[in-house]
Design a protein around this ligand. Structure first.
Ligand SMILES: Cc1cc2nc3c(=O)[nH]c(=O)nc-3n(C[C@H](O)[C@H](O)[C@H](O)COP(=O)(O)O)c2cc1C
Length: 382
């Protein structure tokens, strides 16, 4: 028998298709509203780069748009030009140079376009913005229902629009690979276009893309099928789902299980479990904000759709994260705000879980010195 303590699951590598993640810690997407002409900047390099340096296994960039007009704000990034591919490449090279996997989250805001930043309440752009060179534009959506008062009415998508949006995702998936990302996630949550089709609140269509759950899932499933074909077979594809949404459970966890099974049949590898976003103010939470608030969703989908899941939402402690993995509630844990607070969270988690030489989670120019400091401390305490 070996004297070595068992490696915590949090630090046990995970292989998805042909890609091995060095640990199960994922930095969740975090929009920065700091892109210029849709290109990520030095801000993104440092913001994302420090998470890779801190030891995360996967670093997600923020929601990145498949076209100029599908962006939420003028300051959101995209991946619809070669310049954007080059700008992302610089960042993925750095992330992967640190031993982490760079992950892309592709999105299309549908009706939720042309807003201000969150610190301006995601207010729809108006006359004052137009006067400052930022005129609003109308989005597209399954049905012509604006996302909030004051927003322009979105165009109801016809068959050509549906084909075009799927093609935009396929092109963006190819560019994502050119930009050096190893994981691709499609944003199917938070009131983005796929969820606008899924939810009866925003989808009033009478054609084959509306009606019952089969009709409402059709757009998202066709899109995922096309993206899976365009994304390399050896690389994993994730889908972020709002597992519950809408008043009175109008989109339920049971619905998400049905969706997850269909996505799995189309080659989706991981369901990234989130919630909400289809309507109402951002501060109105359907799911109470307790530690690990999406974990029960990840657990149910993992069991009933028999596929890997990722949980997110107030996961802040090493033992908490390890506990979810040990209990089989999810396969990956994702952290967003905690990483802002402490970008070296993975390294500190390794220490908290009693791993030998936790500093080795950090790059050598740091690890060597921190180990020296530890040795000196041990000697002085002996
Ligand atoms: C600043 C910020 C920006 C976010 N941007 C995105 C985004 O681009 N895409 C997305 O799916 N979720 C986004 N989220 C949600 C996070 O990925 C995460 O699901 C949520 O913050 C809960 O995790 P936490 O409690 O660890 O912060 C964002 C959250 C924050 C705090």
């Amino acid at each position: 028998m070996s004297d070595q303590p068992a490696l915590p699951l949090l630090f046990t590598p995970l292989t998805l298709r042909g890609l091995t993640l060095k640990n199960r810690i994922v930095v969740s997407p975090m929009s920065q509203y700091s892109a210029v002409n849709g290109e990520p900047t030095d801000w993104h390099l440092v913001h994302l780069g420090k998470f890779a340096m801190g030891g995360a296994g996967v670093v997600f960039c923020e929601e990145t748009s498949v076209s100029e007009r599908s962006r939420k704000t003028y300051d959101c990034p995209g991946i619809y030009t070669e310049g954007q591919v080059r700008a992302w490449r610089r960042i993925t090279d750095f992330i992967q140079g640190q031993g982490a996997i760079a992950a892309m989250q592709l999105g299309h805001a549908g009706r939720k376009v042309a807003t201000r930043a969150p610190w301006d309440g995601f207010a729809p752009l108006g006359e004052q913005d137009a006067a400052n060179g930022r005129p609003p534009w109308a989005g597209i959506a399954p049905s012509p229902i604006p996302f909030k008062e004051g927003a322009l009415v979105p165009k109801e998508m016809d068959a050509d629009d549906i084909r075009r949006v799927i093609a935009l995702h396929v092109d963006a998936a190819k560019r994502t690979r050119d930009a050096g990302f190893g994981i691709l996630e499609i944003h199917g949550a938070h009131g983005y276009i796929i969820q606008q089709f899924l939810s009866p609140i925003t989808n009033h269509r009478k054609d084959g893309y509306g009606g019952d759950i089969q009709g409402r899932m059709r757009f998202g499933l066709e899109l995922m099928e096309a993206v899976r074909e365009a994304w390399p077979a050896e690389l994993p594809l994730f889908f972020r789902a709002s597992c519950v949404d809408g008043r009175g459970g109008i989109w339920s966890l049971d619905d998400t299980v049905v969706l997850a099974r269909e996505l799995k049949a189309r080659g989706v590898d991981v369901i990234d479990c989130s919630s909400g976003g289809i309507e109402g103010p951002l501060t109105l939470h359907l799911v109470p904000r307790v530690p690990g608030y999406h974990v029960p969703f990840a657990e149910r989908i993992r069991k009933d759709a028999a596929m890997p899941t990722m949980a997110v939402g107030l996961i802040t402690e090493a033992h908490q994260a390890e506990g979810y993995l040990q209990a089989g509630q999810c396969d990956l844990v994702a952290l967003a705000r905690e990483m802002m607070w402490n970008p070296n969270w993975p390294t500190h988690a390794a220490a908290a879980l009693g791993m030998d030489k936790p500093h080795e989670q950090l790059p050598r120019p740091y690890a060597w010195w921190l180990q020296k400091r530890e040795d000196v401390r041990r000697i002085s305490q002996a």
